[in-house]
Design a protein around this ligand. Structure first.
Ligand SMILES: Nc1ncnc2c1ncn2[C@@H]1O[C@H](COP(=O)(O)OP(=O)(O)OP(=O)(O)O)[C@@H](O)[C@H]1O
Length: 260
């Protein structure tokens, strides 16, 4: 792609941090619908990478390939040094405990209190956390990180949309993940709440040294949070660089992302 040469990721050249997620030449089609046509990316330790792409461009398919929910036709996905193709179910499950997800809609269990929602992943990943007699300090720590310690015994229906999103983030933090995958973390939120969520994402990354992969349509979210960005167009990493680099591009497909 000649346009990719035009938008070389200068900031990347000397990045020696360890790769936590590596994707090479990822391909996935559904019948004649060729969604991913050789997608590449590297997320580095402690870094954050924003993937932007228009609706239907394959962002969710890509992230599902990362967590093993969709099987790619070809290509390589390596997480924390492990190629996921080579992992059996048990090993994949163990690896998943190092990956936090914050997906669209937050998906808290409506019939459980906030505390029970946070205890849920602890039961699923006993192997990582060991036997925990008293879950309260962990639940409290996670909720304090998102400023919602007082909501421990509330039901999700008693929370606002932004609070639900923060509780979902707290639930993700309970397993102390090394990587967090965010799918549209600010969608459906008003600008002030979106800003709060972005600030939280920053503070969590700083506090725990987590790496973040963020999928978003929201160019403002990308501007504030991204260390680097990849634009997913035609199933490939069409352009890659910092927000400042990409927003100055004169490539029409890149410019289209930044036009308001
Ligand atoms: N299980 C599936 N079976 C068939 N086609 C699928 C499947 N999953 C996704 N697709 C197709 O793959 C393409 C990419 O979908 P995907 O959900 O990854 O888009 P997206 O970039 O995440 O969009 P959005 O921003 O709207 O969420 C779409 O054309 C979709 O119809």
């Amino acid at each position: 792609m000649e346009n990719q040469d035009q938008i070389k990721p200068s900031a990347l050249k000397n990045d020696s941090r360890k790769a936590v997620i590596e994707i090479r030449d990822l391909r996935k089609s559904f019948g004649d619908n060729h969604v991913l046509n050789g997608f590449n990316m590297t997320l580095r330790e402690g870094g954050n990478l924003v993937i932007m792409g228009k609706s239907g461009s394959g962002k969710s398919v890509m992230i599902k390939c990362v967590v093993g929910l969709v099987k790619p036709d070809s290509g390589m996905v390596k997480i924390l040094g492990k190629e996921i193709n080579n992992l059996d179910r048990g090993a994949m499950d163990e690896l998943r405990s190092d990956i936090g997800f914050l997906f669209q809609g937050s998906a808290l269990y409506d019939s459980m209190t906030v505390r029970e929602n946070l205890e849920f992943p602890m039961r699923r990943h006993k192997k990582k956390l060991g036997v925990i007699k008293d879950t309260e300090p962990l639940v409290l720590e996670a909720l304090e990180n998102v400023g919602l310690a007082h909501t421990m015994d509330l039901m999700p229906s008693e929370l606002s949309g932004g609070m639900k999103r923060r509780v979902a983030l707290a639930r993700t933090l309970i397993l102390k993940p090394k990587v967090i995958l965010y799918d549209e973390p600010t969608s459906g939120l008003d600008p002030i709440t979106s800003k709060e969520i972005i600030e939280l994402m920053h503070s969590i990354q700083k506090k725990y040294g987590t790496s973040s992969l963020i999928i978003t349509h929201d160019v403002d979210c990308a501007r504030v949070i991204s260390e680097r960005m990849i634009l997913l167009v035609d199933g490939i990493n069409y352009a890659e660089g910092t927000y400042a680099e990409l927003s100055q591009s004169t490539d029409p497909k890149v410019e289209a992302f930044f036009k308001k």
